[in-house]
Design a protein around this ligand. Sequence first.
Ligand code: FE
Length: 200
Amino acid sequence: MSPPPRPDSIAGLERLIAALKAKGIVTEEELAARQAQTDKASPETGARMVARAWVDPAYRALLLRDGTAAAEAMGVSMAGAPPLGVLEDTPTRHHVIVCTLCSCYPRAVLGYPPPWYKSFAYRARVVREPRAVLAEWGTVLPPGVEVRVVDSTADYRWMVLPLRPAGTEGWSEGRLAALVTRDVLVGVALPQPPVAAAAE
Ligand code: FE
């Protein structure tokens, strides 16, 4: 049996890489280093950044002013990564991230995007009816909350700084970070305090 045919996109990607290497724009080592970094990245990094911002006003200010510098401050190398912007949710404004064109995603701080983020259905629908899409995932926003859908692009990547849940006063950074999931960082979910803790 012959192996399955490779998609044209892979062949195109290989031609692009070969051209970039031939022109001296990237080296094999740089590509390998970037891939290793992305393989290592996970939403836990973004969650740690959010938790720190919730407890540390100076870090919060840095995060909102310069997401790239805030990531570097947490030990993440952002060399070669597109700039990172952070969108601050408020009691009257909620942010949702999409890449309408393809799958641009802040991989340096969130890791690889989930399959649904790349799906045509999400990209097409979330810009037209974000409330309906979020409600299907169980995230129901009050009518008074404005929903802003923000496009991540090749030039600028976004993540969300959600509201800190009520009832988490005095929590440690580590405990707070555990509330911040990948979906929360993209804005399709809200951080929930654990039920047991909420009942305390
Ligand atoms: Fe994209």
